[in-house]
Ligand binder design. Structure first.
Ligand code: ADP
Length: 361
């Protein structure tokens, strides 16, 4: 099957006076598994429904395989969409649910037999054909919904929060299954999720949306390592943010005054914004924790803190550490026999300068 691209060009959509999508531009490559990630209400479902043809933009275009599909109703777009609640027919068997789209399209009996059988095999439900949806687990219902969409051989697959109705274990299993299936079919797939872990673990690339604006598009690693703003930094993974006033800016060193901490000196990164106040951002695992009076390694920028809380997570302990008026998340790797820093204890936090990103505040 031919792999197709999906593009949004300057798409704007408003409900009344409420702008829900503001000049959205996206380029989804042929065969890509692409995530639309954002908090609730950011416009993800609206965008997905618009690509499917259920919503109409007031401005801009949606292109599939380079063709503007704006004039086409949903059923002529060669796009399959799996809804969050699966929308299976409760009174029909699994087989009839999956066959529905082909019957509608007046496919021959032989074709229906062949294609429904193949779709059910693909999702591992070959032996469940005669069951009804209420005789299936949530994960199995999800697979029926997928089979029903795939059977009509769409060029593009749209998934709206496909895993949100499943419990944690099943969700992890199903996301791998979904990805395996997508790879086998080579079907350009856009999926909506508010779960950054889900997006990061599965997507080839993803777009982060906030308030109807695409904040950044890239691979999970790019968005995690090089977020373009504090929103993406905080939404994709956990990020600490410390506001600091710029005291001195030399070609090689930047001096920042952080409230309650004092002056910190960083090697000046090339892309440091030109602003009076900067947000110093770093991940919880980019900090070392040491006892307060230890001899400190000069490769790190050290700051004093007090342990406020700790959570033991097996591989590491996540501490909340008070630094000045700020509370930072700090992950400390765990080994057998390693004792925890006590709550209330004074510590030093060592920040690795190469792991810091600076944003304008
Ligand atoms: P998400 O999928 O990111 O949770 P949605 O796309 O569902 O967000 O919604 C984006 C915004 O559009 C929300 O503020 C929502 O209330 C609003 N919205 C969605 N559908 C409609 C509608 N049919 N009429 C009016 N407002 C809507």
């Amino acid at each position: 099957m031919k792999k197709v691209s999906v593009q949004c060009r300057n798409v704007r959509l408003a409900y009344g006076k409420t702008e829900v999508l503001k000049d959205v531009n996206l380029d989804v490559e042929p065969g890509e598994f692409f995530a639309l990630l954002g908090p609730s209400g950011s416009g993800k479902s609206t965008l997905l429904r618009l690509i499917a043809g259920f919503n109409r933009q007031q401005h801009g275009q949606v292109l599939v395989d380079g063709q503007d599909v704006g004039a086409l109703p949903p059923w002529q777009r060669n796009i399959g969409m799996v809804f969050q609640n699966y929308a299976l027919w409760p009174h029909m068997t699994v087989w009839d649910n999956v066959a529905f789209g082909l019957v509608e399209r007046k496919a021959s009996k032989a074709e229906i037999q062949k294609k429904v059988g193949a779709a059910l095999e693909l999702v591992g439900l070959g032996s469940y054909a005669q069951r009804r949806p209420n005789q299936l687990s949530g994960g199995q219902q999800q697979r029926v919904a997928l089979a029903r969409t795939i059977v009509i051989e769409p060029q593009v697959l749209l998934l709206d929060e496909p895993l949100s109705n499943l419990d944690k274990t099943l969700r992890v299993q199903m996301r791998q299954e979904l990805l395996d299936m997508q790879r086998r079919l080579g079907l350009t797939t856009l999926f909506v999720t508010h779960d950054q872990e889900e997006a990061m673990t599965t997507a080839d690339r993803m777009a982060v949306l906030d308030q109807g604006v695409v904040q950044q598009v890239g691979t999970p690693t790019t968005l995690y390592d090089y977020p373009v703003n504090t929103f993406v930094a905080g939404f994709v993974g956990t990020m600490n943010l410390l506001p600091g006033k710029v005291r001195a800016r030399r070609s090689d060193t930047l001096t920042l005054d952080v409230e309650g901490v004092g002056e910190l000196h960083f090697p000046t990164p090339a892309d440091t914004p030109d602003a009076d106040t900067l947000m110093v951002s770093f991940r919880p695992h980019s900090l070392r924790v040491d006892v307060a009076d230890a001899a400190h390694d000069a490769r790190y920028v050290w700051m004093p803190g007090t342990i406020e809380a700790s959570e033991f997570l097996g591989e590491f302990t996540r501490y909340r550490v008070r630094v000045g008026s700020h509370s930072l998340a700090v992950d400390h790797p765990h080994h057998v026999g390693l004792s925890k820093f006590p709550v209330g204890g004074a510590v030093s936090l060592g920040l690795e300068p190469s792991q810091v990103r600076l944003f304008s505040a």
